[in-house]
Structures are given as structure tokens and as C-alpha cells.
Design a protein around this ligand. Sequence first.
Ligand SMILES: [Zn+2]
Length: 409
Amino acid sequence: MKSRFGFIFLYLLVAGSVKSVTFEQVLDSITPSSYEYMHTNLFVGDGMNRGFTGDLDGSIPRVPAYQHDDARDFIFNQFQEFGLDTSLDPFWFTRSYGATTYIYTNCNNVVAIQPGLATNAQWFIVGAHYDSVDPGQFSELSPGADDNASGVAAVLELARTLGAYHFRHNIIYIAFDAEEKGLQGAWHFVDTHTTNDPLLTNVIQRADVGGVLSLDMLAYNPPGPNQDRVRIYGGNSSSNAPVQAALREALLAWTPIDVVHSGSIAASDHHPFHARGMDACLLIEYNVWSNPHYHRTTDSVDTPDYIDYVYATELTRGVAAYLMYEAGILLPPTLSIVVDDPQDRIQLRWTAQSNATYRIDYADELQLITTWHPLGVVTNDAGAAIVEWEGPRSGINQRFYRVEYLYEP
Ligand SMILES: [Zn+2]
């Protein structure tokens, strides 16, 4: 059949929102050098620490010390720079060591929220603790380069790259405090900001949480038969919990890392979420149990042949792929445009994602703040498919078009 578009232009698109981006390109924006930048800004060198200090007889509250709050501020500022809704989540707690009970104050989780566009959006939570074990009678002065600046750098890199896109579902990026004191930050978050009570508002309904990941120790990857492997621990013994299976699938599909389901463990920030009925798991380096620098002064970026940025970046890519699948990234569509001048008609064609609605706009000219005028709406009720919109062009000056995923506010 002869096209009735006898006189055809294919416009090169200049509208910023209509660039071509693929799933793989998003993953490729996660790089070892960018990961390293995040990591080395978390105070991970010899002599540094993100723990607490204070009187050891328990008479005076223990407070954050050394580089703890500097790291907190770096995380906060990065989240804000990525355009995320960022806040501190303050708390305090008591904890006993031997016969002495200590009060810990001035603790803060750092929380960044990326709202999803779907009407009944679920929540996906990816977190890592930024505190390290503190010096004194409790343990050595450990910089915590692996435990757990490596997980925090991954969360920051995820926020930097994924934060630039729209998603169907909500994502929370969180840096937990006081994990080394008994998962205190995660317990605080779960018991303060999530609920089973459907009448409570301004808190997260636990039934709406689609998955929770704790990233804890991602950068020790020594040579040997267990190199380039990673462990997933559930909050229960089932390797078939949806979050574990989906994370494993994403890692195997998009990284060269081998994945080993390692059963159940309670010793990281996924545990409070799991204990309150949410689907949560832990991602951790395979060689964690033979890491000679664990909780030592040598858990430092200055220890030779220790921190493996390529490995940690691969793990970060796998987590990104998990979030892109499960939280439903909405990649900007690539448009092809056909204009029929004599008939004063235009046809726009793009690949729509499944069950998505798009709004088509035009502009007479592009400016710093462009005025866009609505042209129409197209809904794709099926799987991913090429869809098109056709309508009157009505005016030689209408040169700029864009198609955007439409959502109900
Ligand atoms: Zn840890």
C-alpha cells in the first residue's frame, strides 16, 4: 500500500526529553571511577572512623565521633544533588555491653525518596549502613572501607544513576546509622516509618513494600576459586522468596558475577524489615567469612590489594538491574516523526512500554523554559509495542514535539 505521506521529512529531535536511552545504557552509566569517587569521599583511609565516642563507664551518652557526621553530610548532600527528596531520620537508643548500659544519641539515618509515577505505587528500599565499629573497649579503630562504605557507595551510585529517570514505583535510598550497635537505624526506620495499620497515614504500609535490599560489604574479592562470586542471604531460609530470586536473576543477566544463595542470616539491616513481614534480603561479598580485615584497623582503602572497585561496581550494576525491573524504570521513548506538509498532517511513532499512557505535546520554539501545548494522549494496554499518534500539524512553526509518560498525580 502506498503511503499517503507523499512528501516526507524526518525531523532530528532537539527536545531534551526525547533522547534515546536503553536499559543497557543506564547500567553502563554506573562506572568503577564514579563508584570510587563515592567510596573515597566516605572517609575510608587509615586512621579514620565513623563510629561513636564518649564516656566508657556509661554515665554520659555516647555520640557520633571522628568522621561519622562528615560521612553523613556527604551522603545527604549527594542525595540532594541528585534531586531526591532527602531528609535526616534522627533517633537514639540504649545498648548494654556486659553489665553497663549505654545511651547513644545524635544518630541519623539519611533517607532519600524517589516517588514513583504509578497510581498505586509500591515501595522498593535499598539501604546500607554508613557507621563503622568504634575504637576503644568495643573494638579496633576501623575505617570500615569494606564494612560498610562499600555498600553506601553502591547506594549513592544507584541514586546518582537511577535518580535521573522516572519509575513506576517508589524507591527509597537509605544510609542506615548504628548498624554495628544492633541494627539500630534499620529498627528505628521500620518501627517508625512502616506500619500494618491501614488507618495510619504518612507512613509506609508494609503490604505495599515490594522488596528491601541491604548492601553490606561489597568490595573484598580475593583471587581464588571463589573470586567473582556473591552471596544472597534471606531473612528466612527460603531461597525462593521473590526478592532473592529477582535479585539473583538480575545479577546473572547483567553481570559476570556468580550468585550463591547462602540461606538465612539476621546480622544486617534487612533483618528488621523481614522481622516485620516485608520481603528483604542481604547482598554480601562471597568471601566475607574469610575477610582478614573485618572490623580491623586494616579495613581501609590504604590496605594494598584489598578494595576491588570493579567487583563492587558489578554488584552495583546487578542491584540497579533489579530495581529497573522491579520498580519499573520508564525509559524516555525514542520518537520517529513523519510530516506530510501538503496535507498538514504529522505522525509520531515510538516504542511504548507495557500498560503505559503517553502525552504528546508540541512547541513552536525551544526556549530556556519552553511552552509546550497538548496534542493528544495515547494509551498502550498491551505489552511493549510500537504505537503511533497522528493528527493535524496546523502551522508551519510547530517544529518541536515530545512524548512523555503520563501519570495521574
Ligand atoms: Zn556491616
